[in-house]
Design a protein around this ligand. Sequence first.
Ligand SMILES: NC(=O)C1=CN([C@@H]2O[C@H](COP(=O)(O)OP(=O)(O)OC[C@H]3O[C@@H](n4cnc5c(N)ncnc54)[C@H](OP(=O)(O)O)[C@@H]3O)[C@@H](O)[C@H]2O)C=CC1
Ligand SMILES: O=C(CO)[C@H](O)[C@H](O)COP(=O)(O)O
Length: 472
Amino acid sequence: MSKADIGLIGLAVMGSNLALNIAEKGHTVAVHNRTTSRIDDFVATAKEQGLEEKVIPQADLKAFVDAVAKPRSIIIMVKAGGPVDDMIEQLLPMLDEGDAIIECGNSLYSDTQRRFDYLKPKGIGYLGVGVSGGEEGARHGPSIMVGGAKEQWHNAETVLKAISAKFNGEPCCAYLGEGGAGHFVKTIHNGIEYGDMQMIAEVYGVMRDGLGMEPKACAEVFRKWNQGPLNSYLIEITAHVLDAVDDETGKPLVELILDKAGQKGTGVWSAIAAQTLGVPATAIEGAVAARSISSRKDEREAAEKVYGARHAGKADISLEDLEKALLAGKIVSYAQGFAVMARASEENGWNLPLAEIAKIWRAGCIIRSRFLDQMSAAYQKTDTVNLLMVPDFIELMKQNHGALRKLVAEGALGEFPLICLSSALSYFDSYRQAQGTANLIQGQRDFFGAHGFEIVGRGKDLHGDWPSTLDN
Ligand SMILES: NC(=O)C1=CN([C@@H]2O[C@H](COP(=O)(O)OP(=O)(O)OC[C@H]3O[C@@H](n4cnc5c(N)ncnc54)[C@H](OP(=O)(O)O)[C@@H]3O)[C@@H](O)[C@H]2O)C=CC1
Ligand SMILES: O=C(CO)[C@H](O)[C@H](O)COP(=O)(O)O
């Protein structure tokens, strides 16, 4: 029996769809799953789709490994965390030097780095790969962010590029750097995804509570915006979510869905990375905070009783300004996400290609958009890491930050929470303020802790002659 081009372990939502995608592109794939009933279900689906000849199912792990051509490329698509380490340990005695484990889940990049370092001396290549696009993407073409062992990447490159999404014929799949680089980029992708989703939700809140719009009317607006500069997958699906009607009650489905957002970790990891690297990512942090506040429904209900319902009423803002405000917020959020990646790249020696990252996000992934095409073109022309200093985007910010300002002001007066959009605006205003207020902070730090301050022309580590007695 001829050997499979590639192996795949983990036939849940993502793994099964990736395996079907691989088979459809003409590559033979050996598949395995801990619970064997999933293998049977997968084989049945492969048959329905006429792909069974490209699939080698193996319930026994050793037989699965033996079914893959050497040097082996074995994708693992299991639950992130401990299960990945378990899988690695089970595979290790069965692999040969030069084989590769290609881990495609949403893993913490520091775990990926650890696994890469652990396997390298054993002669096993470890690739930590971010895959975005959900179920549909996995089946028909995700965006694929590869990090880890470069040599083994070349063995798997043909298959991974074949199954990835294409933008103008170019694969949305690239090798981005050693160790945890691929998973770091996927994490920041998700952080940006959180920002996009939260900003959209905040604008929906203003439409609903400030402009008194019904979900169907909101859907219509998002559909229209999807024809303009905000064109993106997330704007498109927002229109669909707002349009959906509950069969049981005939009411808009969105009004029945509990307002508590889930989160699986990548947003928090992005915010922690930003803080650890000393690169502000206020939009991502705001989006994570908003999800956490949303989950405290009981507390919110109690607080509303204490403080009274918000004044929600007429917001004095046009739909045109809402669109512009969303665009300005989005630019700031992407500027922050890319600045975090640039800093992480320096810190870890990854040499992350920012233009390439924007390119492979243009199709297949959850944040795919027209905007990313503009971004990749802009980053190809410049080395500047902050998008706010890239000529095309300077122009866009100049045209749109006024609308963001108006929205945030309306939000404050009308008591509409805009945690993400307002923090994006504050970042923008802080970023472009040549004379800030940290002079006072430095004075305070020197007062209570003799931490020293700098006076230009006079020197560093200077101290004030502060009073020694105080009232407090
Ligand atoms: N769902 C999505 O939209 C996206 C998910 N991801 C990431 O992709 C990965 C897979 O996601 P998804 O397909 O949703 O599946 P899940 O995260 O729900 O994981 C289920 C799979 O993991 C296997 N598994 C769990 N524990 C173990 C273990 N200890 N040993 C062996 N196998 C184990 C399960 O096997 P069994 O059947 O035996 O229980 C099953 O195949 C995750 O890291 C996820 O974060 C990335 C992008 C999008
Ligand atoms: O990676 C993804 C999309 O890109 C997954 O759908 C992920 O689960 C999204 O994160 P969260 O569940 O925290 O919203």
